[in-house]
Design a protein around this ligand. Structure first.
Ligand code: MG
Length: 251
């Protein structure tokens, strides 16, 4: 299934995407997808971020090739940080370049969407707690990240968390490509097989720290090849079997 979130009669609603049609669904999709019988054309609606999470967790340095690129040691435990929910935008929305920075980088990432409350879950049970996956861009003010001890400011500006365009509920994440394209040119072309900690290990590890709730999202780290963006650029994150998240950069 492909699940979208969009504006319907002035309200955010979830829907089931079937090619170019969206079937509006009742309530939240995480327990079961209950369609209303009403359909709207995808071309007629404004898509939102496909989830409205209680929190956004992200992992630093989870690809072997990216750690090598930065000349950093391979982590022995996942490095967790949070992005504020106020930074969330959907596909098609603009990433706003803040005045406080001179270097805004893209980071293409596979994003996990949580299905049900998870607390102290074992890796082997984690699949049951995952609703699906989407594309994310962990936008980072790299100069500020290097300057500040904490990453909150560098990764927390409004619009620094593009996610979408939809959630794919059926996906084998063991070996799929994670790509970014800047103005149509491929900049990152990694595979999830390079991940140090897989999606199940991450859900398990994070659930030992904080209870995960339905709709919470986890950015799983970025592969080799991160780079900078400028106002006027278009950045695309494409994940095999999911789709493409596309955003423009504005001053
Ligand atoms: Mg990242």
């Amino acid at each position: 299934m492909k699940i979208v979130r969009f504006v319907y009669r002035g309200e955010p609603r979830y829907g089931l995407l079937n090619s170019d049609q969206i079937e509006v669904i009742h309530n939240l999709p995480f327990d079961e997808v209950d369609v209303t019988g009403v359909s709207v054309a995808l071309s007629k609606v404004e898509l939102l971020s496909p989830v409205d999470p209680s929190k956004i967790i992200a992992i630093g340095l989870n690809y072997r090739d990216h750690a090598k690129e930065l000349d950093l040691e391979m982590p022995t435990e996942p490095c967790l940080f949070l992005k504020p929910t106020s930074s969330l935008i959907g596909s098609g929305n603009a990433i706003v370049y803040p005045e406080a920075t001179g270097q805004v980088d893209f980071e293409a990432e596979l994003v996990i969407v949580i299905r049900k409350a998870a607390r102290c879950i074992k890796s082997e049970d984690a699949a049951d707690y995952i609703f699906g996956y989407t594309c994310g861009n962990d936008v980072t003010a790299r100069d500020i990240q290097k300057k500040d001890e904490q990453w909150t400011r560098a990764k927390g500006f409004d619009t620094f968390c593009p996610v979408g365009p939809h959630i794919e509920t059926e996906l084998d994440t063991s070996n799929i490509y994670v790509r970014s394209r800047l103005n149509g040119e491929i900049r990152q072309d990694g595979s999830t097989k390079e991940m140090v900690f897989d999606v199940f290990d991450l859900v398990s590890y994070i659930s030992e720290v904080m209870t995960l709730y339905p709709g919470d999202i986890i950015f799983t780290g970025t592969p080799f090849g991160v780079g900078s963006m400028s106002p006027g650029d278009t950045i695309e994150v494409e994940i095999e079997g999911v789709g493409s998240l596309i955003n423009k950069i504005e001053q």
